[in-house]
Ligand binder design. Structure first.
Ligand code: GLV
Length: 308
């Protein structure tokens, strides 16, 4: 059985070592090595090679090297090819760390203190207990639920919104377009952890911002095209959004001279909120391979109609 990895080659070398240790029966190749392409049954890729079906005629599963699959052109992939997103504990932990850092930073007024430091101003703001801060997470998948669990641990007043109804212990859950206004109205710090789909493209727009309490914080760790950047700029300049922490933008990398680089109310990081960790990811992929061979459903199997 042959498996090809096509993503960051440095991490690919770690995958290769782990496969050699844990699944020596698998012929593992790091792209552009493929061995005999006709023997390749499994591919883990961030961006699959063009003309995948012709190149690997016997491919049985495509694994995304990351949590998202929006970078795949689904129309260019064989319609019956199973696609699996990366749900692995290392990636989840990284996201929990980043979002907690961002929410705590906004909660504890760090943007104001950094500005004050540069101005040599010693100004103490009132310390609001976490219980008095309402945090709302858009997206109640594995990442959203893990983030909420940790935020609850700090004592934040937590809510979550998703397309379909979810129940999360200790979290006020809202579902569907109809309940979005009520969710936004009770959200001082909004975290976006939604996948990019036709429904979520452009969702972070002027209307959504207007539904938040004035001065709300935004943490965007979803996908760049979900944010209408011009609407964010207007909301920041009007004070409707107090501060935005963005880990994703559109396009990536952000072009030189773009206003987001320099806006005083924006902190920007280069899509590093979380990354697939080879150690834990290989475990998850091997477990999925066992499930696949046993005819059982794989964890993270993508519903193409739903888009994630
Ligand atoms: C990163 O954004 C990922 O999808 O893993």
């Amino acid at each position: 059985m042959a498996f090809v990895y096509k993503s960051d080659p440095v991490r690919g070398a770690v995958w290769a070592r782990l496969f050699a240790e844990r699944a020596p029966q698998v012929a593992f190749h790091v792209w552009p090595e493929t061995g005999d392409p006709a023997a390749v049954r499994f591919l883990a890729a961030w961006i699959p090679p063009p003309d995948l079906a012709r190149l690997f005629p016997n491919l049985e599963v495509l694994f995304s090297a990351g949590a998202g699959i929006d970078q795949f052109d689904l129309s260019a992939l064989p319609p019956d090819l199973p696609i699996v997103r990366m749900i692995e504990p290392g990636l989840v932990r990284g996201m929990v760390e980043y979002v907690c850092w961002a929410v705590l930073g906004l909660h504890r007024d760090m943007p104001a203190y950094l500005r004050d430091q540069r101005a040599e101003a010693w100004t103490q703001l009132r310390v609001l207990p976490a219980a008095g801060r309402r945090v709302g997470v858009l997206g109640l998948g594995v990442l959203g639920c893990a983030v909420l669990e940790q935020l609850r641990g700090f004592g934040f007043d937590c809510a979550g919104w998703s397309r379909s109804r979810h129940a999360v212990a200790g979290v006020a859950c809202f579902a569907g377009k109809g309940e979005l206004p009520a969710f936004l109205a009770r959200t001082d710090i909004l975290v976006c952890l939604l996948p990019l789909t036709a429904d979520t493209r452009g969702m972070l727009d002027a209307r959504l911002f207007a539904g938040l309490p004035q001065g709300a914080g935004l943490v965007q760790v979803g996908r760049g095209p979900q944010l209408v950047e011009a609407d964010l700029r207007a909301a920041l300049d009007a004070g409707q959004i107090g501060h935005a922490i963005l880990d994703v933008c559109d396009p990536e990398p952000l072009p030189p001279g773009h206003w987001l680089w320099q806006h005083p109310k924006v902190w920007l990081t280069p899509h590093i909120a979380s990354m697939t960790q080879p150690e834990s990811a290989v475990e998850v992929v091997l477990a999925n391979l066992r499930r696949f061979e046993a005819g059982e459903p794989m964890v993270g199997l993508v519903d193409r109609g739903r888009g994630y």
